[in-house]
Design a protein around this ligand. Structure first.
Ligand code: IPM
Ligand code: MG
Length: 355
């Protein structure tokens, strides 16, 4: 099991170090894990002038799975778009054809009161946001700047989905729903966007293969509202790249903190890239403050989806639940009378809970 480890920037190296410790426990206990690190994001730019250096992409291609931290930092904000750290993540997703992004928002009962919503609204919440990851307005061409007929400058992007792109993500959505509560909500903006009208039409067609799944459609603005009004009405949400980006950040807060939300980005053969859904948090980088649990839970998803090591995945998830039960809290999920710990101590607690 070859894993490329791309720690990235900001808190990336700190949270990745904790996931590393957890994987080390599994390795000692016999899992044949091989980890190799490479620079990407701002670190890739610093080392090789490219947020996704050729050598890093090569390592990622050769690996069975990729474990990522986070990218970005204010020192890179002025770079041209193709040199910015974010391009590292967008390009690796595209290069490896990781079109299916799974972002489960699951509330640990220990954290129900850390949510920004009332505990009874989120207790027991378990929803899956499935975000299409290699299409939409993030990749559509043409894009750029131009001067219009009135002589005014404008910026533009293209929202675009091909039929095959919609079909394959819809299939993943229905299949995920089959393994869960058999409810799929497709989120779009069909009342306004041509892309969404097409999206809805294709999703309906794919639905014919899955008569056991109850399919519904929802406009994205309503979905954003429903997520905070009554999140438990959802089982699986399938949506495009941009809507999924936004809704998954929103859903993360239901779980108490974006520091709790893992993600898996899969290709058609379950090769995957695993990363926390949050960013590089430059403001707290290097301060031993970041919550490593989203990254540790991402490692669990890696064992489950790419390596079929369900038992190892469960072992990690049970350890996370245990440390929360023991009261360990990083700053983002801290509540009075809990045991406030830093990034490293949280990693150590998870390792201890695995024994
Ligand atoms: C995410 C992030 C990225 C995205 C950024 C860093 C490019 O927000 O993974 O959700 O928009 O996909
Ligand atoms: Mg995002």
């Amino acid at each position: 099991m070859k894993i490329a480890v791309l720690a990235g920037d900001g808190i990336g190296p700190e949270i990745i170090a904790q996931a590393h410790k957890v994987l080390e426990v599994l390795r000692r206990d016999g899992l044949k894990l091989e980890l190799e690190a490479a620079p990407y994001g701002g670190a890739g730019y610093d080392a090789h002038g490219d947020p996704l250096p050729e050598s890093t992409l090569k390592l990622a291609r050769a690996a069975d799975a990729v474990l990522c931290g986070a990218v970005g930092g204010p020192q890179y904000d002025a770079l041209p778009r193709e040199k910015r750290p974010e391009q590292g993540i967008l390009r690796i997703r595209k290069e490896l054809q990781l079109f299916a992004n799974l972002r489960p928002a699951k509330v640990f009962e220990e954290l129900a009161s850390a949510s920004s919503l009332k505990p009874e609204l989120v207790a027991g919440l378990d929803i899956l946001i499935l975000r299409e990851l290699t299409g939409d307005i993030y990749f559509g061409e043409p894009r750029g700047r131009r001067t219009n007929a009135r002589g005014e400058r404008e910026g533009y992007d293209t929202m675009l989905y091909s039929e095959s792109e919609i079909r394959r993500i819809a299939d993943v959505g229905f299949q995920a729903a089959m393994k869960r509560g058999k409810k799929l909500t497709s989120v779009d903006k069909e009342n306004v966007l041509e892309t969404s009208r097409f999206w809805r039409e294709i999703v309906k067609d794919v639905a014919k293969k899955y008569p056991q799944v109850e399919l519904s459609h929802m406009y994205v603005d309503n979905a954003a509202m429903q997520l905070v009004r009554n999140p438990k009405q959802f089982d699986v949400i399938v949506t495009g790249n941009m809507f999924g980006d936004i809704l998954s950040d929103e859903a993360s807060m239901l779980t108490g903190s974006i520091g709790m939300l893992p993600s898996a980005s899969l290709d058609a053969n379950n090769k995957g890239l695993y990363e926390p859904a949050h960013g590089s948090a430059p403001d707290i980088a290097g301060k031993n403050l970041a919550n490593p649990l989203a990254t540790i839970l991402s490692a669990a998803m890696m064992l489950r989806y790419t390596f079929n090591e369900e038992e190892a995945a469960k072992r990690i998830e049970a350890a996370v639940k245990k440390v929360l039960g023991q009261g360990y809290r990083t700053a983002d999920i801290y509540e009075t009378e809990m045991r406030r710990v830093g990034t490293i101590e949280m990693g150590d607690a998870v390792v201890a809970a695995m024994q």
